[in-house]
Design a protein around this ligand. Structure first.
Ligand SMILES: [Zn+2]
Length: 414
């Protein structure tokens, strides 16, 4: 029998993520990888280690609900030609950096597979706990069909092997079912479907819809049959509406939504996962990265509407979750999302979207995104007062004093 390891953190100002408020003078007892007790009473329990938080804010580990850990390059077609082993090694570096920004859990919005998830779980490298989607499901010519116009047929672009961001191309209800079942078979935690046009793809208009209603419904049905859920890439009111009516759990991006659409989302209990930092990054860098005029025009349109979408959604009571969607060297901007969101959301609401609400979306409430008995011991001690702004999370190198993941101290810079 091995003895359990007890850590006691005292004198902390705890972020109660469920109610988006702080509770001063809190003691948290961690046992192995779990939180054993949270109390306002004095505890002199025997502990291997006592951490005096000195009144600092104690947050649950952060969750980014829209990342692509395999996106080592913004050139997704080029990436698909790399050996899977190399992409995996690059992903491990991207994941390590995410963890050191305070993200103890991430939801991968396509690309990562069960192997990366298991490697992190085994501790082969440091990184956030990973929830994977496998390949994104896309129709022919849809947002994840990356074939250049000159190419006919599928060839290696059918993404039969390896990891990467190329879609599993499926047309018709039967193929969609098979494609979703294939992601389930290979260990997906959620199913990503491309329900409308996108920016980083060559030939699909932003306002267009993708998949028939029957195909969308089939994808959701197959996800639910496996006790999973579907997340849908969609920008326009029309695309969002069709995906919500088909039963997806979250709308990714959603920049162009209007009042009628968010009212439908509210009624159906759909989450919105905006990804604003990626538009800011691409607006700065898209031209230098060689993006076409058509792609840059699409980008300008969604960038301006991104903050409005958050404004409209929260006014209607739609749960808004933290996401980023960054590619390649732009991953370094992940924490900048906190400051962008603050333009339209109070800081503690932004923080709730990166903890409590994100965990709810992933059906991991009371396990992740909160500091409560039985939850994973993912914790951050941060400098400054998050109620007044999230600068300390935007600059994690200075702002995060201590980071714990599953009971293990990742760093302690107090
Ligand atoms: Zn994405």
């Amino acid at each position: 029998m091995t003895m359990s390891t007890r850590t006691l953190i005292r004198n902390a100002r705890l972020f109660d993520s469920e109610h988006a408020r702080f509770i001063a003078g809190t003691t948290v007892v961690v046992e192995d990888d779990r939180i054993a007790e949270v109390t306002q009473e004095r505890r002199e329990a025997e502990a291997a280690r006592v951490i005096d938080a000195a009144g600092m804010a104690l947050l649950p580990g952060l969750i980014d609900a829209h990342v692509h850990v395999v996106a080592a390059s913004h050139d997704l077609t080029g990436l698909a030609m790399q050996p899977a082993s190399l992409v995996g090694a690059e992903a491990s570096r991207i994941m390590r950096d995410m963890l050191h920004r305070g993200f103890t859990t991430v939801r991968d919005a396509a690309g990562a597979d069960a192997g990366l998830q298991e490697a992190q779980r085994r501790g082969l490298y440091e990184g956030p706990r990973l929830f994977v989607a496998g390949f994104p499901i896309s129709q022919t010519g849809g947002h994840a069909d990356m074939r250049p116009r000159g190419l006919r047929g599928t060839g290696f672009f059918c993404s039969c092997a390896g990891i990467g961001l190329l879609g599993a191309i499926a047309d018709g209800v039967g193929e969609v079912r098979r494609a979703v079942r294939e992601q389930v078979r290979t260990g997906a935690n959620q199913i990503k479907i491309m329900a409308g046009g996108g920016i980083a793809s060559p030939s699909d208009p932003l306002e267009g819809t993708q998949f028939s209603r029957e195909e969308l419904r089939a994808a959701v049905e197959e996800a639910e049959a496996a006790n999973l859920y579907a997340m849908a890439h969609a920008y326009s009111p029309r695309a969002v509406t069709r995906a919500v009516e088909a039963g997806v759990r979250s709308i990714e991006h959603g920049n162009l939504v209007d009042e009628a659409t968010v009212r439908l989302m509210k009624r159906e209990g759909t989450y919105l996962v905006p990804t604003l930092s990626t538009y800011a990054a691409l607006a700065d860098e898209g031209e230098r990265l060689g993006w076409s005029r058509a792609m840059l025009d699409k980008l300008a349109r969604v960038k301006d509407r991104g903050l409005d979408a958050v404004r409209i959604a929260r006014a209607e009571g739609v749960p808004v979750v933290f996401g980023t969607d960054l590619l390649g060297h732009m991953h370094g901007r992940q924490s900048g999302e906190f400051l962008i969101r603050q333009q339209v959301q109070p800081p503690l609401e932004v923080l709730q979207g990166a903890t409590w609400t994100a965990a709810q979306l992933m059906r991991e409430e009371r396990q992740l995104g909160c500091v409560a008995p039985g939850a994973c011991a993912d914790l951050l001690l941060v400098r400054g007062d998050p109620e007044r702004g999230l600068q300390m999370l935007a600059e994690p190198g200075q702002g995060i004093a201590l980071l714990m993941q599953a009971g293990r101290v990742v760093f302690d810079r107090r």
